[in-house]
Design a protein around this ligand. Structure first.
Ligand code: NAP
Length: 260
């Protein structure tokens, strides 16, 4: 399917690996020129070169921490007029409610709520003026179904979700479409680390920990970055113009619900 976005320009935050990279690949496959971002320059450059070679699109990199003002300014300087913005960053650490003080809360709110909001604030006026734009925020399945140990994430990401719910409905009439995409467990470095910690805590092998995790999911496995990227690319496509302020959950059916 031609997504109708060939020649558009996208910023994809936190995209040298994992889900961000999956989205970047599928946008590139659709002919979108990219500005990629991550903190580690060598990995980011390698990813950018591979994507440019494979799909023949223009790819530039901004090796900065997107959760800082300096990082965001560098991204906006490199690509001041993106047609597509994909917000992403690392998630807050796991822990317990009793351990989180003001510092931890401010960091989580900055990284997973304020950073995407500030990027949207900077980019939406241009999209509205040009009467076309797509913004997609990578949040988490924990927005719908809380993971107790990820309270920082549950809360900060729900703050972002609340902002998007109202704002998406204000800008849609200008051809600017904002949605959220909610990963359940996907096979990335982040989940590899989680499986390693589970295996260690339970005194089992990583393969056994993986088998246990897969058995808990109705699909019997984790999702892939490729599947995630394809769904994300559709939400950034010409055909997503009537999908406004939605939260698309990709979790293999793990969230047990009759509707939504
Ligand atoms: P990942 O495989 O660890 O990849 C993270 C990517 O983001 C890397 O390219 C990393 O590069 C970059 N990054 C991290 N922090 C950054 C920052 N502050 N500024 C710029 N780049 C940054 O992670 P993932 O699994 O793709 O997860 C992506 C997001 O989805 C996270 O917020 C995670 O919490 C959420 N999520 C993931 C899953 C899952 O199953 N994978 C499930 C629910 C939610 P550098 O380290 O070089 O910066």
């Amino acid at each position: 399917m031609d997504l109708g976005i060939k020649g558009k320009r996208a910023i994809v935050c936190a995209s040298s690996k994992g889900l961000g990279r999956g989205v970047a690949e599928k946008l590139a496959e659709a002919g979108v020129d990219l500005t990629l971002n991550a903190r580690t320059e060598a990995t980011l450059r390698a990813t950018a070169n591979e994507i440019a070679d494979k799909y023949g699109v223009k790819v530039q990199i901004v090796a900065e921490d997107v959760t800082t003002e300096t990082g965001r300014n560098a991204l906006l300087k490199a690509e001041p007029q993106p047609d597509i913005l994909v917000n992403n960053a690392g998630g807050p650490p796991a822990g317990n409610w009793s351990e989180w003080g003001e510092e931890e809360w401010l960091k989580a709110i900055n990284n997973n709520m304020l950073t995407p909001i500030l990027l949207m604030n900077a980019i939406l006026p241009g999209m509205i003026e040009r009467e076309w734009g797509r913004v997609l925020n990578i949040t988490s399945g924990s927005v719908k179904s809380p993971i107790s140990s990820l309270g920082l994430s549950n809360a900060a990401r729900n703050g972002l979700t609340g902002f998007v719910a109202g704002t998406a409905r204000q800008v849609a009439k200008h051809g600017v479409i904002i949605n959220n995409i909610l990963p359940g467990s996907h096979d990335t470095d982040r989940t590899k680390g989680f499986l390693e910690r589970t295996a260690q805590a339970k005194g089992i092998s990583i393969e056994e920990a993986r088998a246990e995790a897969y058995a808990e999911n109705p699909a019997g496995r984790y999702g892939t970055a490729e599947e995630f990227g394809a769904a994300a690319a559709f939400l950034c496509s010409q055909y997503s113009g009537f999908i406004v302020g939605q939260n698309l959950l990709l979790d293999g059916g793990a969230y047990n619900s009759t509707q939504g």
